[in-house]
Ligand binder design. Structure first.
Ligand code: UD1
Ligand code: CA
Length: 455
């Protein structure tokens, strides 16, 4: 039997108090709905349909290009009505799995268990036990199977005492679901078409309803406000760090790291406190990330050491590079092996070949630096003339003295030496020494100006 996934995402999310639709709020750097779509993709569903409503166009745009079906629920008349919007294009022969755009931590393994533990032509409801079940639909069991779900607002005292609740996630055969949804009424406390009423209808038709319990509440929690969003963020971060620790990654404090994207690590990687990883990051064997670093969309080669307080984005390093403290690598910074980039150095769209050092207070932009080059403190590649960017090329083994301005386009030959304080505007040949500064003058006995009226 094929699988169709229907994701309910029409909720307004007023409690977020945000201009951004709820399902676009970020969790670990990705929209809530993105997490649910990733899970659906892992389940190999033939067909994924998102039911959208509030902020619909913005939501659709955010997932442009993904092969999704979109069904609009113009008016929010309840969860049953929402699922109904997706039914016209859902094949009768499929099994339907209903997920929620604001329940992002649900694991594919739990969905698989829900589907596996229930025969495909019967109904499965994902439940969880709660200390305080207030507000949720209660699972009423008849022996082992579920007989109905009673919403809080429609529940009597005995039903309110039940601590097993409906997470909302459900699996049904499409043909039967279509039939039940068509017969839903809204004669209840909220005047809504409840998806949960499908359960009693199934039982009435002699179809068994299985209640499958999730292991933890965290996994099935719905996100309604910023507090729950922050709770989910911590739970997800703990999960991500746990997985990395199992793979052998060392953390000074598993609670003080944030991964907003994918972090792939080799052996013997160590990450100190307050490191933030965004996008696609790869750390080779033996990489050490000291405290307070942001690393985004970068690949750091084996043995690379990143000292504290660096900002690294769109960069790559070879093996055994040393970066920082307080260095900034911007997109297109490509360091080869054994390269050192020290404090208050910014490198953008430049290659630095093996063994070169840029140790202090320097800006390197649009440059190609050869092997074993030493760039002195306070060097600036003047790459921008106000309209266009120009390139600086520095040959192998060149030595750039401190406080040098390299006005691009310009080329420094291999083995060349540029004396401190030079402003270089013309090509420097291989092995040349260039000095470009005015002669030092001395005026003996010179008197400093004195403030008017001073005695
Ligand atoms: C629902 C369940 C309840 C369960 C709880 C778990 C029903 C009737 N009740 O209650 O048993 O314990 O979830 O959180 O199903 N949505 C739409 N369109 C609508 C209504 C809702 O897309 O017309 C979406 C919302 O965006 C939300 C989800 O469905 O993501 C749940 O809706 P909500 O109104 O929060 O349902 P609850 O009353 O909390
Ligand atoms: Ca809810």
């Amino acid at each position: 039997m094929g699988l169709s996934t229907i994701i309910l995402a029409a909720g307004q999310g007023t409690r977020m108090r945000s201009d951004l639709p709820k399902v676009l709020q970020l969790l670990a750097g990705k929209p809530l709905l993105g997490h649910v779509l990733d899970s659906a993709a892992e389940l190999d569903a033939d067909d994924v349909c998102v039911v959208y409503g509030h902020g619909g166009e913005t939501v659709r745009k955010a997932f442009q290009g993904d092969s999704l079906r979109w069904s609009e629920q113009a008016e929010q008349l309840g969860t049953g009505h929402a699922v109904q919007q997706a039914m016209p294009d859902t094949p009768d022969a499929n099994r339907v799995l209903i997920l929620f755009g604001d329940v992002p931590l649900l694991m594919p393994a739990t969905c698989r268990r829900l589907l596996a533990e229930t025969p495909a032509d019967e109904v499965a409801v994902l439940t969880v036990d709660m200390e305080d079940p207030t507000g949720y639909g209660r699972i009423i069991r008849d022996g082992i199977s579920v007989s109905c779900i009673i919403e809080e607002k429609d529940a009597g005292p005995d039903e309110k005492a039940v601590r097993e609740i409906n997470t909302g996630v459900m699996a049904c055969p499409a043909d039967k679901l279509r039939h039940w949804l068509a017969n839903l009424g809204n004669d209840n406390a909220q005047g809504e078409y409840y998806l949960t009423d499908v359960v009693a209808m199934a039982v009435n038709d002699g179809v068994t309803v299985h209640g499958v319990k999730a292991d933890t509440w965290t996994e099935v929690m719905g996100i309604n406000d910023k507090k729950q969003l922050a709770e989910a963020e911590r739970a997800l971060q703990a999960r991500l760090v746990d997985e990395l620790m199992k793979e052998g990654v060392g953390f000074a404090d598993p609670a003080r790291v944030d991964i907003r994207g994918s972090l792939k690590c080799g052996k013997d990687v160590f990450i100190d406190v307050n490191a933030v990883f965004e996008g696609e990051v790869e750390l080779g064997d033996g990489v050490t990330i000291e405290s307070n670093n942001l690393v985004r969309d970068s690949r750091l080669g084996a043995g690379t050491l990143v000292h504290s307080n660096c900002h690294i984005e769109g960069a790559t390093t070879g093996t055994i590079c040393e970066i920082g403290p307080f260095a900034r690598l911007r997109p297109g910074a490509e360091l080869a092996n054994n390269v050192k980039v020290g404090n208050f150095v910014e490198i953008k769209k430049s290659t630095v070949a093996d063994g070169s050092k840029v140790n202090h207070l320097t800006y390197i932009g649009d440059a190609e630096i050869g092997t074993n080059v030493n760039v002195g403190a306070g060097t600036i590649t003047c790459n921008y003339d106000g309209a266009n960017k120009h390139k600086t090329t520095i040959g192998d083994g060149a030595f750039i003295g401190s406080g040098v301005e390299l006005v691009a386009p310009v080329k420094i030959g291999a083995g060349a030496t540029v004396g401190a304080g030079a402003t270089i505007t013309k090509e420097v040949g291989d092995n040349e020494l260039v000095i470009e500064r005015s002669r030092q003058k001395a005026i003996p006995g010179w008197k400093r100006p004195v403030k008017k009226g001073a005695k």
